[in-house]
Design a protein around this ligand. Structure first.
Ligand SMILES: [Zn+2]
Ligand SMILES: [Zn+2]
Ligand SMILES: [Zn+2]
Length: 323
């Protein structure tokens, strides 16, 4: 993620900031990818702390407008859970906007979100996150850190976050969008396998007998089905590009990161991945100073890099490829 500046006084501002230290209210304009002066506030600004600019006063910003269903906010912690969930969604949408996804230049379909809470005020509701035909279901209850960590440990995952959920589920939607280019699916199948195999059965098999990711997959979940391999691969591409972008935007440098390196503009995927891996190793070292977990606890094998390269090319060039 880039760093921003207050448009009034020039002080550094971060993506989620609502107000500058100078007192100026901050609004992020998702088209300009910048903090702007005199914008209309999103209707969710006071409710859940959304700092995005809206098309006009009293309307939702581009991100909040995609949330078709939200939980009843006065029940339990739903208001703060939705706030945290929407923060993660805005972050990931801003990442994808770097490659023009869902911006004014992008004439394609948009996803919509069902933001559901397990706490409905009555009987606890079980929620399965996922994507189906443009509809993405997100469990806002997982924005509770303790609950999410418990599930991460139960599932034996190395990493679980709300940003990760959005990257993964949006990847399924992007698969549908990219499929409008007739070259996409045949090329996809060569690398990921045939996604027409029974999805329900594949997931059952996965949960009954989880496979080791080995060298061919980035995570165990990616082994379940080609669709999940794709979603995990895209999520990792977005993790890598975005933390590399944050490294550069923070003004950090190291010998293996070339000057003028611009992760979202980079077209050479092997170069991008090797630089991101170097950054991860360095930040892992820093995290150990505070006994914090590794920034990025994954290994990018050759087969995984090949799949990330495929995803990178299609995600970056989707407009010229008509998808
Ligand atoms: Zn200011
Ligand atoms: Zn909003
Ligand atoms: Zn999935």
């Amino acid at each position: 993620m880039q760093r921003f500046n207050c448009p009034s006084c020039g002080t550094r501002a971060y993506f989620h900031n609502m107000t500058c230290t100078c007192g100026e209210p901050l609004h992020y304009d998702p088209e300009a990818c910048a903090m702007v002066l005199q914008a209309s506030s999103c209707a969710n600004r006071n409710r859940i702390g959304c700092n995005w600019a809206a098309p006009s006063q009293g309307t939702f910003c581009a991100s909040c407008a995609m949330s078709q269903v939200v939980p009843v906010l006065h029940v339990g912690d739903n208001q703060s859970l939705l706030a945290a969930t929407e923060r993660a969604k805005r972050w990931v949408l801003a990442n994808l906007a770097q490659w023009s996804w869902f911006t004014n230049q992008d004439p394609g379909r948009r996803p919509y979100f069902l933001m559901l809470s397990e706490n409905t005020g009555g009987r606890a509701q079980q929620i399965i996150m996922g994507h189906a035909a443009g509809e993405i279901t997100i469990n806002v209850t997982e924005a509770d850190e303790l609950i999410r960590l418990k599930r991460q440990l139960d599932l034996g995952e190395q990493y679980r976050s709300m940003v990760g959920h959005f990257r993964h589920e949006l990847a399924h939607f992007l698969f549908d969008r990219l499929s409008s280019n007739p070259d996409f699916r045949p090329a996809f199948r060569e690398l990921f396998g045939d996604e027409r195999q029974d999805y329900g059965q594949a997931l059952k098999n996965h949960y009954a007998n989880p496979r080791d990711p080995g060298r061919d997959y980035i995570t165990a979940y990616a082994t379940a089905h080609p669709h999940e391999d794709w979603a995990e691969t895209v999520a990792h591409l977005l993790h890598l590009v975005d933390f590399a972008d944050s490294f550069v935007s923070a003004g950090l440098s190291m010998s293996s990161v070339p000057e003028e390196f611009s992760p979202y503009q980079e077209t050479d995927t092997p170069r991008l991945l090797s630089i991101a891996a170097e950054i991860a190793i360095a930040v892992n070292d820093i995290n150990r100073a505070l006994d914090n977990p590794d920034l990025y606890p994954f290994v990018l094998t050759g087969p995984v890099r090949t799949k990330i390269e495929f995803a990178h090319e299609w995600l970056r060039d989707h407009l010229v490829r008509g998808a």
